[in-house]
Design a protein around this ligand. Structure first.
Ligand code: PBG
Length: 337
């Protein structure tokens, strides 16, 4: 006995060696199944009032809220790197937040001013407008609240008005993120009635009640206001078939694109939507995911840049048509370098 394996011992492989294509960078490039490009990225931006203002978000190091003029500069930078679209989120000044969230349909609100300024200055980039009341209401819920209950149909009335002012200000895609029942169909009908049939809808179709939204709520200023949770409208994280029903219903109601949210913990849902339903599906790598990668990188636990790229490939591999990510500009720059 020689004590080491002979070629004969490896005969069970029958010549099938998976490592051959992994030997060189060129051969890995040649057989890579999934490719990430700047065109896969949607960049969320937080907007604040004022001029030449940028404020930091404690729980999202590296992400800033920008005043409209600086958001226009950011849009220019994004377009120059080939990022196809931005998703805008306003941090509404406190004095304009109210129980009825009426600032949501003020045609001069921060969101509308940002939409029209960017549309005018950078017409080639797509603008996605979030529609939900948490960015305008005094209690941080996505819907109107009465006696502690989230009102479905009354909320939709406000959302319709909000979607209309956003569209007129320059939104190309309306993105309802509230999870009220029937909002996609109602918004579609209202847009069509107003002659805005070319405005698309990307619904947050399968949106889970998640712990990973924490930093976002700091960014838009809704977190400290929020009492309780969003579990009577956002989905239970134990469910997967229900996500397929949500997505199918939104398609039925007229959604052009759907979204799964959060991202990395829900890649199984992205894959199911991609495999079982015939519609572009986007994943939102949410604020808590950004924070985890960034803070672990800052602590020296992981390589932030490598983890960022690997995580974005995972979305593509799972079947996502694109990813909403706070890493969008940084990633696009890296991919274009
Ligand atoms: C608002 C909205 C939320 C996010 C996007 N739109 C927060 C929430 O539902 O509480 C989360 C995005 C993120 O965490 O990055 N309806």
């Amino acid at each position: 006995m020689s004590g080491h394996w002979t070629k004969h011992d490896m005969d069970f492989l029958g010549g099938r060696r998976q490592r051959r294509t992994r030997q060189f960078a060129w051969s890995r490039d040649l057989v890579r199944e999934t490719v990430l490009t700047p065109a896969d990225l949607i960049w969320p931006l937080f907007i604040i009032d004022g001029h030449n203002e940028r404020t930091t978000i404690k729980t999202m190091p590296g992400v800033e809220r920008l005043s409209v003029d600086l958001a226009v500069e950011a849009a220019r930078a994004a377009a120059a790197e080939g990022i196809p679209a931005l998703a805008l989120f306003p941090n509404t000044p406190d004095h304009l937040r109210s129980e009825d969230g009426q600032e949501a349909y003020n045609p001069e609100n921060l969101m509308c001013r940002a939409l029209s300024a960017i549309k005018q200055a950078v017409p080639g980039i797509g603008l996605i407008a979030d529609v939900a009341l948490d960015e305008y209401s005094s209690d941080g819920q996505d819907g109107l609240v009465r006696d502690g209950l989230i009102l479905n149909d009354e909320t939709i009335e406000v959302m319709i008005r909000s979607a209309l002012v956003q569209t007129r200000a320059g939104a190309d895609i309306i993105a309802p993120s509230d999870m009220m029942d029937g909002r996609v169909g109602a918004i579609r009908a209202a847009l069509d009635d107003e002659g805005l049939e070319n405005t698309a809808i990307m619904s947050y179709a399968a949106k889970y009640a998640s712990a990973f939204y924490g930093p976002f709520r700091e960014a838009v200023g809704s977190g400290a206001r929020l009492k309780g949770d969003k579990r009577t409208y956002q989905m239970d994280f134990g469910n997967s078939d229900e996500a397929l029903r949500e997505v199918a219903q939104d398609i039925d109601e007229g959604a052009d694109m759907v979204m799964v949210k959060p991202g990395m913990p829900y890649l199984d849902i992205v894959r199911r939507v991609r495999s079982e339903l015939n519609i572009p599906v986007f994943a939102y790598q949410v604020s808590g995911e950004y924070a985890m990668i960034t803070l672990a990188g800052a602590a020296g636990a992981i390589d932030r840049t490598a983890a960022m790229i690997e995580s974005l490939y995972a979305f593509k591999r799972a079947g996502a048509s694109g990813v909403l990510t706070y890493f969008a500009l940084e990633t696009a720059r890296l991919l274009n370098a």
